[in-house]
Design a binder for this molecule. Structure first.
Ligand code: NAD
Ligand code: TYD
Length: 338
């Protein structure tokens, strides 16, 4: 298989690249990534660079010429590239519309012209908005609450329309919150782990009782891989939730991090709440389990602990971002103040 992986230098994308290169030594992987603040070449190893089946292309998904050219060299696409941070979308929605909606359009257009055999669109559980009562299911209303979630909703429905209109073999995943190595230290878990390691405050928004549905990144990768290789009649034109059904609040996660690192509760700092803060995300993965026999394999307790250890042991990786990247410092100052 020849796969174009967009956003492959980001958190989930780079974990997915490693998953594919290891599991399918004969697959060819082409990564297209704009290397925004969230894209990081350090997420690839020397061995990746020397692997003849791995090629990295530095470029933007809204660049039609480049996208058309790359599309001619692959038969499948896994589209991760996006602006992904809810808080940033509140500060600057335009970048989200441009990459998440317009960028997805450019890829879909190029894919239909190149007769791509499978287009896996990586959507998110954020498209549902609040999970009230039962966990969200694929047929539920979409009520995104942030500009990020709304942009991803636009992209999700646009991708589906390319199936209904042009028969492009699109399948859509809506995954819960991922945790694991290589996540940019602006999201809850890597931000709090690295702040705690530096004895800096952990900024909990509001009361901290908001819950998220947590999944280890490798379980997300295995689900995407199944969608990429499944028979077309099982997955094309379909949406699949991905979740390991593990709901935890921000305060639960904070307590786990502090305990694992032996740090005091006095580091917890309740700050102003996020506007439009979703109280609960929870998604029901029954459809994926039933259709493709997928099941999550990574236990939360064990893998959150391994994830915390990974950040502890890979200080050089995150220090380079937190201390040397002017963009990171500017974001922290703008968003959290001094
Ligand atoms: P990330 O922010 O870590 O990485 C995004 C990557 O996309 C970066 O490498 C960045 O350089 C690249 N990128 C951004 N704009 C681009 C552009 N215009 N052209 C080319 N590349 C561009 O994000 P992530 O957490 O790895 O998320 C990946 C995907 O998974 C996103 O589509 C996101 O919506 C989705 N998702 C994420 C989660 C989660 O918990 N992180 C959960 C469900 C779905
Ligand atoms: P985040 O990691 O930004 O992911 P998402 O908003 O996509 O779920 O946030 C996860 C939860 O953590 C969410 O309820 C907001 C909360 N949070 C904080 O309390 N403080 C923070 O500094 C951040 C970044 C998140």
């Amino acid at each position: 298989m020849r796969i174009l992986i967009t956003g492959g230098a980001g958190f989930i994308g780079s974990n997915f690249v490693h998953y594919i290169l290891e599991k399918y030594p004969d697959d060819r992987v082409l990564v297209l990534d704009a290397l925004t603040y969230a894209g990081n070449l350090d997420n690839f190893s020397k061995a990746d660079g020397e692997n003849p089946n791995f090629q990295f292309f530095h470029g933007n998904i809204i660049d039609e010429e480049l996208v058309n050219e790359l599309m001619r060299n692959v038969d499948t696409v896994v589209h991760f590239a996006a602006e992904t941070h809810v808080d940033r979308s509140i500060h600057e929605a335009g970048a989200f519309l441009e990459t998440d909606v317009l960028g997805t359009y450019v890829l879909l257009e190029a894919a239909r012209r190149s007769a791509i055999k499978r287009f896996v669109h990586i959507s998110t559980d954020e498209v549902y908005g609040e999970a009230e009562g039962e966990a969200s299911r694929e047929g539920d209303d979409l009520k995104p609450k942030s500009p990020y979630a709304a942009s991803k909703t636009g992209a999700d429905r646009l991708a589906w329309s390319y199936w209904t209109t042009y028969d492009l073999p699109v399948t859509i995943s809506r995954c819960a919150n991922n945790y694991g190595p290589l996540q940019y230290p602006e999201k809850l878990i890597p931000l709090f782990v690295t702040n705690a390691l530096e004895d800096k405050p952990l900024p909990v928004y509001g009361h901290g009782k908001n819950t998220r549905d947590w999944i280890y990144v490798m379980d997300h990768c295995s689900a995407v891989d199944l969608l990429l290789r499944a028979d077309a009649d099982k997955v094309c034109g379909e949406v699949f939730n991905v979740s390991s059904e593990c709901e935890k609040s921000v305060l639960d996660i904070t307590a786990i991090i502090l305990k694992a690192l032996g740090k005091p509760e006095s580091l917890i700092n309740h700050v102003e709440d996020r506007p439009g803060h979703v109280e609960r995300h929870a998604v029901d993965p029954s459809k994926l389990k039933k259709a493709l026999g997928w099941k999550p394999e990574y236990d939360f307790e064990e893998n959150i602990s391994k994830t915390i250890d990974w950040y502890r042991e890979n200080e050089a990786w995150w220090r380079k971002l937190k201390e040397k990247q002017a963009e990171y410092k500017a974001w922290i100052k703008e968003h959290y103040g001094e």
